[in-house]
Design a protein around this ligand. Structure first.
Ligand SMILES: C[S@@+](CC[C@H](N)C(=O)[O-])C[C@H]1O[C@@H](n2cnc3c(N)ncnc32)[C@H](O)[C@@H]1O
Length: 333
């Protein structure tokens, strides 16, 4: 069995993360991760893993002259590319297609991702507690785009988890040049997180709840990760309607097979209340536009416009209400 070694460039890649977890009193989880993480990224874990490993290792040695994480994610400028042209570098980055979350600017290459994840960030940032100095868990973090933005807000430590391996590889690409000792994306699902960690200052769950068959258990798991007084930032698909309404599609929703429950704002608020959260607020409601989620040269597969009724964009292709998203903030008492 061959192991992918994310520490290829830096022998102690995960060491600061383990130290951080231990400083947070999570010695047991740290020990467990040290034993289980390597097996998560073997060449056997995904048919493309070997190609991704090679592509990662083939990326040029570069030192970014600029790192901007606050207003956008920009790392390096085109002038920093020494022996490789912008076009060649862009081609190397295309080995990690499809790039869904972003956008990123990497040494002058604009990775125009499927999602304008920065728009979601702009919608939520004014409503959450300051992230400065906080320890944050981002569940279903994709490639870690929002994690980089959290560092831009002076977060102390950001741990993202996502079971999709290409997302973890894209994080590795950025990490290759950022070398952050306080932002990690691990190939884990929420089911891999030990119960009642009770230590994170903020927990984010964005775009995950509707993929869970048991959304109330998801909320309880999120609460268990938070310290007392910690803040939950939850973004999910919702439906317009009253307190009693929770919509469950018969089969696919917007061509997605794994969509289970879409609550109304009132139903979601009730769920959070019943799960013991306090100070619950819905701070944003947004109809996902075909400008925010679209096909680009960095994500050439189908996108939102293909999931909607071509005659009526207020409906999905299956005839259900088109994607409407809400952001909720709540506190663990
Ligand atoms: C719609 S994306 C949202 C990504 C990011 N949070 C955002 O808001 O842009 C949902 C993510 O949840 C991840 N996911 C799916 N099942 C998960 C699970 N059981 N635990 C954690 N993440 C999961 C998917 O791999 C995907 O990257």
């Amino acid at each position: 069995m061959s192991f992918y070694k994310p520490d290829f460039y830096k022998p102690d890649f995960y060491k600061p993360m383990y130290q951080q977890l231990e400083a947070m009193g999570l010695d047991h989880w740290s020990q467990q991760l040290q034993q289980t993480l390597p097996a998560r990224m073997t060449s056997e874990s995904h048919g493309k893993m070997t190609a991704w490993q090679k592509a990662l290792h083939a990326l040029p040695e570069l030192t970014p002259s600029i790192i901007e994480l606050k207003d956008k994610v920009e790392v390096g400028r085109a002038e920093d590319l020494d022996d490789v042209s912008c076009e060649q570098f862009a081609e190397q980055l295309q080995a990690f297609h499809p790039w869904r979350k972003g956008p990123y600017s990497l040494f002058g290459v604009d990775i125009d991702t499927e999602w304008r994840s920065d728009w979601k960030w702009d919608r939520l940032l004014p409503h959450i507690q300051s992230l400065a100095g906080r320890k944050i868990l981002d569940i279903g973090c994709g490639n870690g785009y929002h994690g980089w933005r959290m560092l831009g807000e002076d977060a102390d430590f950001v741990l993202g988890i996502d079971p999709t391996l290409i997302s973890v590889m894209q994080y590795q690409v950025m990490q290759r040049y950022l070398g952050a000792r306080n932002h990690y994306v691990l190939p884990l699902g929420i089911e891999d997180i030990p119960a009642n960690l009770a230590c994170f200052d903020s927990v984010f769950s964005m775009g995950v709840l509707y993929h869970r068959r048991s959304p109330l258990d998801h909320l309880l798991e999120l609460k268990g990760c938070l310290r007392s007084g910690g803040e939950l930032v939850l973004e999910t698909l919702i439906v317009e309607d009253d307190e009693g309404t929770v919509f469950m599609p018969e089969g696919r929703y917007a061509k997605m097979r794994n969509v289970w429950f879409l609550p109304s704002v009132a139903a979601m608020t009730l769920w959070l209340r019943r799960c013991g959260f306090k100070s619950i607020n819905c701070v944003d409601i947004n109809r996902t536009s075909i400008e925010e989620q679209r096909q680009t040269e960095w994500m050439t597969y189908e996108s939102l416009v293909d999931y909607l009724d071509p005659e009526d964009h207020t409906k999905t292709i299956e005839g259900y209400p088109a994607p409407l998203r809400a952001i909720f903030i709540a506190t663990r008492p």
